[in-house]
Design a protein around this ligand. Structure first.
Ligand code: NAI
Length: 284
């Protein structure tokens, strides 16, 4: 895939990984729409970029109508999009049993519906354009590794991974690749997610634990640089690889997880008359 001259749309592009992707795409000669809910962050990002090929678009990815409108604005200014990075995401660390429906609606709305809205908006346009392209959905190592506290986050990221893998099959005949980005810790602003929580979904929120936010902020200082993640992501896109694992140290942990999954199988006698895998193959 040749990046130069293509138009890219990056959600959550005003900070962290998204901004790293924007810089990397510009360096490859792309035009880039940066979509983000934060106008202050968009303005700050634009200043640091100082580039004519960038368009800031204020967007809440959880909004279907907002997404379609943002896509129209981006394509009118920069031309048809053939590279899509569904990257916007937020974090909320609390167990599922301690969460409210407002918590679910907020995190699912951004982390899962935001990706769905990106795909539903752009996949038909990219197919109709007929110039191939690529979609990268940002999940996380939390799309494989679970804990109690990231319960809702885990749920959304597992879903993004599953959705991306299915989409990869259906878009391949159109020359459109799909990848899922699974970082570990990143040097980013995700610890400040609560600042972008909509008032309408704040009724059921627990009071913000500012000591915990401070701890997270400190932890994220040790995260991987977004520019490194972005470079590894574009390399994977070029190679049309599905999984993008920028942090090599998680390989052993995944081996353990897959081992634990396989260990749950038992040597039950198999139905002699029919191999049940045939049914699954038929669904594909
Ligand atoms: P970040 O907070 O630095 O950047 C995310 C951007 O998304 C922010 O600019 C924020 O304003 C924007 N955003 C939030 N809600 C939005 C909405 N409703 N609509 C549009 N934009 C919205 O965070 P980071 O870390 O760069 O996050 C990017 C992605 O990476 C997320 O999907 C996150 O879950 C994922 N990730 C982050 C990790 C980390 O350690 N920070 C680890 C693994 C995955």
């Amino acid at each position: 895939l040749d990046f130069a001259g293509r138009t890219a749309f990056v959600t959550g592009g005003a900070n962290g990984i998204g901004l790293g992707l924007v810089r990397a795409l510009l360096a490859q000669g792309c035009k880039v729409a940066i979509a983000d809910i934060r106008e202050d962050a968009l303005a700050a990002a634009l200043k640091t970029l100082d580039n004519q090929s960038v368009l800031p678009v204020q967007l809440d990815v959880a909004s279907r109508a907002g997404f379609a409108d943002a896509a129209d604005r981006a394509e009118a200014a920069l031309g048809p999009v053939s590279l899509l990075f569904n990257n916007a995401g937020i974090n909320l660390f609390q167990t599922i049993d301690e969460s409210s429906y407002d918590d679910w609606d907020w995190v699912m709305g951004v982390n899962l519906n935001g990706v769905i809205n990106g795909v539903m908006t752009f996949a038909p346009r990219m197919k109709a354009l007929g110039q191939g392209g690529h979609i990268v959905n940002t999940a996380s190592m939390a799309s494989f590794l679970c804990g109690g506290a990231p319960g809702i986050y885990n749920t959304t990221k597992f879903a993004v991974r599953g959705m991306s893998e299915s989409l990869r099959y259906s878009l391949a005949p159109h020359g459109i690749g799909v990848s899922v980005l699974c970082p570990g810790l990143v040097k980013s602003h995700i610890y400040a997610s609560d600042e972008v929580r909509p008032a309408a979904l704040s009724g059921g929120a627990k009071p913000v634990d500012s000591a915990a936010v401070d701890r997270l902020e400190q932890l994220h200082q040790f995260g991987m640089e977004p520019d490194v993640i972005a470079a590894r992501t574009l390399e994977a896109v070029q190679e049309n690889r599905f999984h993008i694992f920028p942090h090599p140290e998680f390989r052993d942990e995944l081996a353990t997880v897959f081992g634990e999954i396989l260990a749950d199988f038992r040597d039950y006698p198999q139905d002699a008359g029919f191999d049940q895998r045939v049914g699954f193959e038929a669904m594909r």
